[in-house]
Design a protein around this ligand. Structure first.
Ligand code: B16
Ligand code: MG
Length: 212
């Protein structure tokens, strides 16, 4: 029986996944590499450091430790320029109604994000107060697909993992939920997100009549 919901941020509550893509694509171009749709799917939910490591592998290039750090800062600055423009209007479809319905039913909500910018983005889209627990990249040692993000969220809510349902747009996130003993709903295509028990285009499609 499901007792709590854990939501990913980028790609579930707002379309920051697209901002990450634009910033990584710009950086990859500086290595002479054109980032593809498939590359981007593989980067969703993956930490900033691990994302750059993967891009360097695809681009078959290497950086000094100093340049690696500098390029992480560069990418994040480009990303933050886009985040700075965000507002409540940047919530994905149905997010407001979803949160309201969960609150009306007194279902605990947690955020489980791999982003170090999660709290800033939540503020921008005016959802900081919507969650009983917030877990971001600063609170965990092992990023998705490791289950630590979601297990920490469940622990903060005081809910056993098997009673948690995770909403995720990334393959790494679906894998993290499943390996943590939770059920997962994929926001995106079934072909990109195997293992999810249901696939939706956005949270607005979730029917709370199915909540059980
Ligand atoms: P940052 P999520 C993830 O957030 C993104 O999906 C992923 O593309 C990004 O690289 C990662 O956060 C780290 O983000 O650079 O802001 O720390 O989808 O888990 O909410
Ligand atoms: Mg995501």
């Amino acid at each position: 029986m499901i007792q709590a919901l854990i939501l990913d941020l980028d790609g579930v509550l707002c379309d920051t996944a697209h901002f990450h893509y634009r910033a990584w694509k710009r950086l990859a171009e500086s290595y002479g590499y054109a980032l593809t749709y498939e590359n981007n799917e593989a980067l969703k939910g993956v930490s900033r450091v691990d994302s750059l490591k993967r891009i360097l592998q695809w681009a078959q290039t290497d950086l000094s430790p100093e340049q690696f750090e500098a390029d992480l800062v560069l990418k994040n600055n480009w990303y933050l320029e886009m985040v700075e423009q965000m507002s409540e209007a940047d919530r994905l479809p149905g997010v407001g109604a979803f949160v309201q319905e969960a609150q009306r039913r007194q279902i605990p909500l947690a955020l489980g994000s791999a982003s170090k910018n999660a709290r800033l983005v939540l503020e921008k889209i005016q959802l900081s107060g919507a969650f009983q627990a917030i877990v971001d990249a600063s609170q965990i040692l092992n990023g998705k697909p490791h289950p630590e993000t979601f297990l920490t969220a469940a622990q903060l809510l005081g809910t056993a993992p098997e009673h948690c349902l995770v909403f995720e747009d990334s393959l790494a996130g679906i894998q993290a939920a499943l390996s943590g003993g939770m059920q997962a709903i994929g926001i995106g295509h079934a072909s990109d997100l195997p293992g999810a028990k249901l696939h939706l285009n956005h949270l607005g499609e979730y029917d709370f009549a199915d909540f059980s």
